[in-house]
Design a protein around this ligand. Structure first.
Ligand SMILES: [Zn+2]
Length: 263
């Protein structure tokens, strides 16, 4: 029974954080050697090792595997602590450079706003997906938050804890891709509504101009290959660019975030 629990935890930690499973196994070996019995000390040993590896070891060895931790500064920031705690903030150096460039230009136009990113990729191994995003597996993909206003003023707050799951729905005059996909039987198309992990800022309003400007900056980057947003938002923001594609009904709806990827 205990063995199965260890296996299950190792798999879950690997899926959620990539390195967590290995750190967990390492903890078990160390604890076995030094014969620590008390559960609280065992737990604290894992936490200590996990945080040390996550913040001190991985950022230094990921570059040897072709990925870097996204540089956070006044231009570029993660939305959720989970992203950094779970090693979900790694990209190819070229994508990090793009993000810095986009964030810098964005700040010049909107000094109170910041480029905020959501899930990127894990630090190691191509084709190792960052669930639930199957395509975020090569260091070339990242999701960014929309921009919002609160009581008429720009804000860096986002509608949910995860950054996903509160949608800028199509108006009655706009094309409703979600209905179309669901009619076709793609039940998963709007399942991100279940992964908000709490929504606290119900009075936030989608802000078209800065969101459009952010997308335009992404499109201007030579390295940008594709941008995914929901068709009604592309129409509403009057964005015409061959790099903006429809992601297909097999994916999930993109009217709660921007996905972009580089060559
Ligand atoms: Zn994405």
């Amino acid at each position: 029974m205990r063995f199965i629990l260890h296996i299950l935890l190792t798999v879950l930690l690997t899926l959620a954080t990539q390195i967590g499973g290995i750190v967990y196994l390492l903890t078990i070996i160390i604890l076995h050697k030094i014969k620590v019995k008390k559960r609280i000390y065992r737990f604290l040993t894992f936490i200590f090792l996990y945080l040390s590896v996550t913040f001190l070891v991985v950022p230094n060895i990921a570059p040897y595997f072709g990925r870097v931790k996204i540089t956070n500064n006044i231009y570029v920031q993660n939305h959720s602590l989970i992203t950094t705690l779970c090693n979900r903030n790694y990209v190819k150096p070229k994508l990090n450079a793009s993000l810095q460039n986009i964030g810098n230009h964005f700040k010049q136009r909107y000094p109170t706003l910041t480029l905020v990113y959501l899930d990127a990729n894990f630090p190691f191994i191509d084709k190792f997906p960052l669930l639930p995003h199957l395509s975020h597996s090569d260091g070339k993909k990242i999701d960014l938050s929309f921009l919002y206003t609160e009581a008429g003023k720009f804000t860096n707050k986002k509608p949910t804890t995860s950054g996903y799951g509160i949608f800028e729905e199509p108006k009655s005059s706009e094309y409703n891709q979600t209905n179309r996909c669901k009619q076709k039987g793609f039940w998963q198309y709007d399942y991100s509504k279940f992964v908000t992990f709490g929504s606290f800022n119900a009075d936030l309003k989608f802000s078209l101009k800065p969101t459009k400007y952010l997308i335009q900056l992404i499109l201007q980057q030579k390295s940008t290959q594709k941008v995914f947003i929901e068709p009604h938002l592309k129409y509403r923001m009057n964005l015409n660019n061959a790099k903006i594609r429809f992601h297909g009904c097999k994916a999930v709806r993109h009217d709660d975030h921007i996905h972009f990827q580089i060559w």
